[in-house]
Design a protein around this ligand. Structure first.
Ligand code: NAD
Ligand code: AHE
Ligand code: ZN
Length: 369
């Protein structure tokens, strides 16, 4: 079949809207009509050439929602007409990682996913006879896409696509980092670095978990109002304080934070986030994705004296199990999504969504097909 898609032909070039060829689902795969997709900073990071796994030409996008239109041989867990959210972290329920119950990082298809192909080693997308690569196993910047059955979460049908798509990455990542990874306890002091599409979800997760002080840190002053809307109690712009941010935060948190979260992808900020943790028990969670080649550093003494440095992907969520529950949280009003979707765009205007993100003018832009 043919489908309209925004193709990343080269790094650092705008996406081009073209009609591509899409092969139908093979065994164990499903065809999904994407109804809406968010634009996450990770898409921009890959398009900008910062991802060591970045492959071009490819169809980016990993924060979608849509409807199953066709299933391949042997597919049993979903059927045509089901509403689904594509999962860049699948859940096979059979691999060592899934069975361990210690991680959400299913390994069933990770190797081929990282190479931009389906589990059989080929791409379903092509343009003018040449393959176009998949991205994060999702490629939601296409009106239709093919995914392995284990990489879709079936969701309730009354959830609006243009909001629930955000659960495909940003919402689950931020809220899940608090609930699943850090396991923030009531009364905690929390510091969130970077108040974008992820950081604001960390804030609303921390509020939901009963955190006491929730300090937001961002170099963009306009983010203060955003943070306060979701439960932030204090705001710090590191450019506007005298001296180093770490002692500043330590003094605001009576010796250091119980939990800190990096939602910037900046390795200097990651170090600050660790060092702003309380001696003896503070835990810092890395969410931000750093550019290829970047490394983190700190004095080992920071860890010797009891600070914990951890990371999280997709908020530690097991997609097929947890995503439908997060959709329920949204539909029942436990978490908010609507105010964070600042821009709704047509596919033709998708590059505008990237511009808005880089200019710090959007929280989330969503493309509706
Ligand atoms: P975003 O662009 O919406 O937000 C980033 C925010 O960080 C902005 O408000 C920006 O002003 C702020 N910022 C930038 N540099 C800063 C600095 N030095 N100090 C303080 N604030 C700073 O991006 P997003 O969509 O929220 O994504 C945030 C990060 O999370 C990205 O690196 C993205 O790739 C990553 N991410 C990781 C996962 C995961 O599973 N681990 C999932 C989604 C996104
Ligand atoms: N491909 C990069 C790393 C990118 C990365 O860390 N991705 C996160 C999700 S970001 C979503 O917006 C992730 O899930 N990582 C775990 C995984 O298995 O990819 C690189 O450095 O090679
Ligand atoms: Zn993302």
């Amino acid at each position: 079949m043919k489908t309209r898609a925004a193709v990343a032909f080269e790094a650092k070039k705008p996406l081009e809207i073209v009609e591509v060829d899409l092969e139908g689902p093979k065994a164990g795969e499903v065809l999904v009509e994407i109804k809406a997709t968010g634009i996450c900073h990770t898409d921009a990071y890959t398009l900008d050439g910062f991802d060591s796994e970045g492959i071009f030409p490819s169809i980016l996008g990993h924060e979608g929602a849509g409807i199953i239109r066709e299933i391949g041989a042997g597919v049993t867990s979903v059927k045509p007409g089901d509403h689904v959210i594509p999962l860049y972290t699948p859940e096979c329920r059979q691999c060592k990682s899934c069975l361990s119950q210690k991680t959400n990082l299913c390994t069933a298809i990770r190797a081929t996913q990282g190479k931009g192909v389906m589990p059989d080693g080929t791409s379903r997308f092509s343009y003018k006879g040449k393959p176009i690569y998949h991205y994060m196993g999702c490629s939601t910047f296409s009106n239709f896409t093919v995914l392995p059955e284990i990489a879709v979460a079936k969701i309730r049908e009354d959830a609006p696509f243009d909001k629930s798509c955000y659960i495909g990455c940003g919402v689950t990542t931020g809220v899940g980092a608090v609930v699943n990874t850090a396991k923030v306890t009531p009364g905690s002091n929390v510091v969130v670095f970077g108040l974008g599409g992820i950081g604001l979800n960390v804030i609303q997760g921390a509020k939901m978990a009963g955190a006491d002080k929730i300090i937001g840190v961002d170099v963009n002053d306009s983010k203060e109002e955003w943070g306060r809307r979701f439960g932030m109690t204090d705001f710090v712009n590191p450019k506007k304080i005298t001296g180093d941010i770490v002692p500043h935060l330590v003094s605001l948190t009576d010796g250091g934070a119980d939990y800190t979260f990096d939602c910037t992808g900046n390795t200097t900020v990651m170090r600050q986030a660790l060092e702003a943790c309380h001696r003896g028990w503070g835990t810092s969670i890395i969410i931000g994705v750093a550019e290829a080649g970047k490394e983190i550093a700190t004095r080992p003494f920071q860890l010797v004296t009891g600070r914990n440095w951890r990371g999280t992907a997709f908020g530690g969520a097991r997609g097929r199990t947890d995503v439908p529950k997060i959709v329920d949280w949204y539909m029942n009003g436990k978490i908010q999504i609507d105010p964070m979707i600042t821009h709704t765009l047509k596919l033709e205007d998708i590059n505008k969504g990237f511009d808005l993100m880089h200019e710090g003018k959007s929280i989330r832009s969503v493309v509706v097909f």
